[in-house]
Design a protein around this ligand. Structure first.
Ligand SMILES: [Zn+2]
Length: 410
């Protein structure tokens, strides 16, 4: 059965903090450390020693590592707020500040040239903000936890690619459940293109909009990390990287077709500059994100389920699990009787079910719930686990964003 990305905007009840000591930062650090280092009852048995030469340091290390729990981490928009990106339902979240916000649905994008003009105009302005954003302390701490062996894999609902950039692809595989904004993809031939190159093409096709963007950059409307200030300066970026522009006519916005399909597929219809016409029927470029109302690719859905099946525990950071595709993964882990931990400001969909029957003497080992800010908690947890396990936890301090290129250029 396909799993669609659907927003869920109802208010969520306040959480029960677990253990109660996790209502402070120091209590949260202690409880989360317990959660991450204590093997769970559902943990796989320690594998028997291999037959090849055993008495080496490497073998000793791997034996120690094999007794550690395999924790699967799921992250959402909350972890990127400290990078200046809005979340959905935090105190400065899109649903909180902008009650009329409604993201574009996949079916609208596919069906309507006007919808695509509106989407790409807003994305054109929002891209600069995303391009300038950088991973924050929490993303770096996640990469460090991976290096320390405290995480098995990361599944993220975010489309900013910060985990993908920082995490070691071998020791900490990262699955982008809802795709990524760093590329566009052709709906006809599935070729991906670098989003920054696409941006430059949009500049060429839309000189007046390009001037407007430069004006926004000069006025500082895109500089501030505070969504309220940004709005006061006339702009607001939403979690999916688009910008609110009340009262603007999008009909003048031009966007290009897929270069690979152009000239090969007679249904591609563009003007002399290469701007797609309303009569166009193929070579439509879409952001490489799973839009609302769009199905998650089957291979991504399967991989996410495999991660859950092979994990001992599941930790959620910065997500209210309002999206069914994310909630169902935690539900699956819970149904498999795996401990669930949640670090998120505000309520989480269905969390009372995840923590039902947890007794008062739990120290974070079998259940963890806190509302503390991840950027304050995670670096301390990294340091503690590093000391307990005697492993180095100093990765992720560089800014490797310059390496974040995607596929062919447009
Ligand atoms: Zn194409």
């Amino acid at each position: 059965m396909p799993v669609m990305r659907i927003p869920y905007t109802d208010p969520l009840p306040a959480p029960r903090i677990l253990p109660p000591s996790a209502s402070t930062a120091s209590g949260t650090i202690a409880a989360l450390t317990n959660f991450l280092i204590t093997p769970s009852q559902t943990s796989r048995p320690t594998p028997s020693p291999p037959h090849f030469p055993a008495a080496t340091n490497n073998y000793a290390r791997s034996t120690r590592a094999s007794s550690r729990p395999r924790t699967l981490l799921l992250t959402g928009a909350g972890i990127s707020v400290a990078s200046g990106l809005a979340d959905y339902r935090g105190s400065n979240g899109t649903y909180t500040l902008n009650k009329t916000y409604r993201p574009i649905y996949f079916s609208e994008f596919v069906a309507s040239h006007a919808s695509r003009q509106r989407y790409w105009a807003r994305s054109f302005l929002g891209w600069e903000n995303l391009r300038r954003a950088r991973p924050n302390t929490s993303h770096r701490a996640v990469a460090d936890l991976g290096q320390a062996g405290a995480l098995q894999a990361v599944i993220t609902q975010n489309v900013d690619s910060f985990h993908k950039i920082l995490n070691d692809p071998i020791s900490l595989p990262t699955l982008e459940l809802h795709g990524y904004l760093r590329a566009t993809v052709c709906l006809t031939c599935r070729q991906e293109y670098d989003r920054q190159a696409f941006q430059e093409r949009l500049c060429e096709l839309n000189p007046a909009w390009h001037d407007f963007l430069n004006e926004c950059l000069r006025s500082g409307a895109l500089d501030t990390e505070n969504p309220i200030e940004r709005r006061q300066r006339g702009l607001r970026t939403n979690p999916d990287g688009d910008v609110d522009l009340p009262g603007v006519d999008y009909a003048s916005f031009n966007y290009p077709a897929c270069p690979r399909c152009l000239g090969k597929d007679a249904r591609v219809d563009v003007d002399q500059d290469g701007a797609v016409l309303s009569t166009n029927k193929a070579g439509v470029l879409k952001p490489a994100v799973v839009m609302f109302g769009e199905s998650i690719p089957p291979e991504v859905k399967t991989r996410a389920e495999e991660f859950v099946d092979s994990a001992d525990k599941m930790l959620v950071i910065g997500s209210s699990l309002a999206t069914y595709s994310a909630w169902r993964l935690v539900k699956k882990a819970h149904d498999q009787k795996k401990p669930v931990g949640i670090l998120n400001m505000g309520g989480v969909r269905g969390e009372e079910g995840f923590f039902e029957g947890i007794s008062g003497d739990n120290d974070g080992t079998i259940a963890f719930r806190s509302q503390e800010a991840s950027e304050l908690i995670l670096p301390e947890v990294v340091e503690r686990i590093g000391k307990i396990w005697g492993v180095s936890t100093t990765k992720g301090t560089d800014d490797p964003l310059g390496e974040a290129n995607a596929s062919a250029s447009l």
